[in-house]
Design a protein around this ligand. Structure first.
Ligand code: PBG
Ligand code: ZN
Length: 328
């Protein structure tokens, strides 16, 4: 009797065999690296809750973008931290807004070598910190969508390859698509934050973007984390409205959702490994409780295995370095 007949360990015998049968391969081009941009020059402020990530002016961002490109990363995501905020979030669509200026400068420097994705939302620009226009204490949908479309067109004018609406208003993808087309930007793509949950894992980002809501929370527009069927409806809606890529956010506590959306759609699918997920790993690593490199590569590979084509992650620069040169 040969017991057991099936020996799965045969395919785990040594590194060469394991490499040969590996099903998931993480690579630097899978990553999208986020930036928090300040107006002006020569600025670089550490974000305490996100070790290794900075608020910085575009001149400093250019240095990091150059490093990212040399490591094989193709795409960056830009968030603005403007000096001026008002209730309408009007600095989101200024021709010389912080993101618009940065996009121009980044494109002038790197051209088509870098894929520039601009976050399209109001929360970084509104004095109250909500992702839309507030009337009588409520975030109102349709006026918010109009403002978002203006922001998207201004980002396209500046040269963004992708606009990335992260607000979760209804009908914004269609309105933005029409506005872009009307303005002659048929070739500007839309990455929709299609499935975005109201998550407590965004807290460090809100320090970084200075976008904590002054009152209430985002649960009237972001999704309830108890729901997955609703995620399919959100994804289908954004697909029908003309999204070029879809996102699920956050990533690690939502891998089931990511997997299900993957099965429902053929669009490129992006997962956002959010700030809280990053900070928890950083904190544990700083305490010496985990091996940072191994944990990060395991988590990012898990996100890809669950169905992500691309991953927005603050670990991008370091992870790309580790992929090129393990144990560096
Ligand atoms: C704003 C926005 C948020 C994130 C990306 N875009 C925060 C929020 O919705 O409050 C979170 C990203 C992160 O936590 O890394 N629309
Ligand atoms: Zn927002």
């Amino acid at each position: 009797m040969n017991f057991p007949a099936l020996r799965l360990r045969r395919l785990r015998k040594n590194p060469a065999i394991r490499e040969m049968v590996a099903e998931t391969h993480l690579k630097p081009a899978d990553f999208i690296y986020p930036f928090f941009l300040l107006d002006g020059r020569n600025k670089r402020e550490a974000i305490v809750s996100m070790p290794g990530i900075y608020q910085q002016s575009v001149d400093n961002a250019l240095i990091e973008i150059d490093q990212a490109l040399k490591l094989g990363i193709k795409a960056i995501m830009l968030f603005g931290v403007p000096e001026e905020k008002d209730p309408q979030g009007s600095s989101a669509y200024l021709q010389n807004g912080v993101v618009q200026n940065a996009v121009q400068e980044i494109k002038k420097t790197f051209g088509t070598d870098v894929v520039v994705m601009a976050d399209t939302c109001l929360c970084e620009y509104t004095s109250h910190g909500h992702c839309g226009i507030v009337m009588d204490g409520h975030v109102v949908n349709d006026p918010s969508v109009e403002a978002l479309a203006r922001a998207a067109v201004s980002q396209a004018e500046a040269g963004a390859d992708f606009v990335c609406p992260s607000d979760m208003m209804d009908g914004r993808i269609q309105t933005i698509r029409w506005a872009l087309d009307d303005a002659g930007f048929q070739d500007t793509a839309i990455m929709a934050y299609a499935v975005k949950y109201a998550s407590s894992l965004y807290a460090p980002f809100r320090d970084a973007a200075e976008s904590t809501p002054a009152f209430g929370d985002r649960r009237s527009y972001q999704m309830d984390f108890r729901n997955w069927r609703e995620a399919i409806r959100e994804a289908e809606q954004d697909l029908m409205e003309g999204a070029d890529m879809l996102m699920v956010k956050p990533a690690l506590a939502y891998l089931d959702v990511l997997h299900r959306v993957r099965e429902e759609t053929d669009l490129p699918l992006v997962a956002y490994n959010v700030s809280g997920e990053y900070s928890m790993v950083k904190a544990a690593a700083q305490n010496g409780w985990i091996d940072e490199q191994k944990v990060v590569l395991e988590c990012l590979t898990g996100i890809k295995r669950a169905g992500a084509d691309l991953i927005v992650t603050y670990h991008a620069l370091e992870a790309a370095r580790w992929l090129k040169q393990p144990n560096a």
